[in-house]
Design a protein around this ligand. Sequence first.
Ligand code: PLP
Length: 424
Amino acid sequence: MSQLAILGGPKTRTEPYPEWPVWDQRDIDAVTEVVRSGRWGGYPYPGPKTAELARKFAEMQGGGYAVPMINGTVTMEVACRAVGIGWGDEVIVPAYTFQATASAPMAAGAIPVIVDVDPNTYCINPKAIEKAITSKTKAIIPVHLGSNMADMDAIMALAEKHNLIVIEDCAHAHGAKWNGQGAGTIGHFGSFSLQSSKTLTSGEGGILLCRTPELAAAAVSIIDCGRSHPGGGEERGSDFLMGANYRLSELQAALALVGVERFPAQAIQREEMAAYMDESLSEIPGVRVLKRDHRHTTRSFYRYIFAINPGEFGVEHDVLCAALDAEGVGCWVGYEAMHNYTLFQPQISSLAVPSAFPEYFEFDEMDLPEATRACEHEAVWLDEAVFRTGQKGVDDAVAAIKKIQENAKELAEAEQKLREQYGK
Ligand SMILES: Cc1ncc(COP(=O)(O)O)c(C=O)c1O
């Protein structure tokens, strides 16, 4: 049994996992073509590359009317605005997600109502949604987190019953399918990020999939400084709506188009290797592989998340992640629970929504045990790069986790020293 790398032993994997994003001559040619064309910006909207991206992305995802824009945060703000969700309306969001899922409805003036997640998937729990619905609730934003999808059957049933809008946050779910239907095409809107860490990227960027052409036209108006787009491009002179410039540039659309071309082969490899990882990890004591719902028919993910039992490893997930990193396997403890984000606390925030509705932001009183357990103790997020070097890459990651498990006692004994060293 060799010593852990974090305690001075040899690394399990010495060769680095591959970098992201990947690029080749196609990206250079695509950007060069735009540079030479002189049509760099997004005005008038949409430019030719942006229009092609909208068409191809909707085709790839299997439906909807796509509106490319500057990132995967404003996509959700624009979705709220497109259906008139605004000041004082309640929008239900999961406690385990990136802050954008809550800050986007807040930017539209709405109040994020934070509810707990399902421990099997770490996605929003439909039972918790149901409990949180009030007469002020206007929308639900389920997040398809890491490598899982939220229970879209239950969420859509609730939405129908209570007449709510569903905005799927698909920042992690490009290419994923639920019952054979593309993520982002099940709700009224699907919000995608093309930010540089995402599995389909143009450096920065976002795409909002809309269920109807009318919703798409409303979204286009909002992102094009309020210009009217009744027929998808016609201007209305000086009669502007309230909007802003959230247009995607043609340079970024060109990069995203190459990403769309590359995506299917990458998705197949990710899915195959993730299934292999599920199988291999399930043999390690103290590791809990998250449940893949049988209705989640195609998995395409951003990060692979699993849970540890800190009792079996002798340490919490943060120390395990530090040890795994030292073994040469990139990983992360994941997001903070939403109620720990100081950003939204009214006593230290001057944001309009928390200041006006402080009663919704009394985080100490929120009971979110599953998100808290995931965020503070058990979740481990493996980098997507682990799945891009075939079985060997997965085998190395599994070997490193096994090695940590076998050295749990030594790691636990060193915990205090490691925390001092890493400042935690
Ligand atoms: C779950 C989730 N939602 C939304 C976003 C926001 O995307 P963007 O960075 O493109 O604004 C991210 C990005 O990190 C995310 O992970």
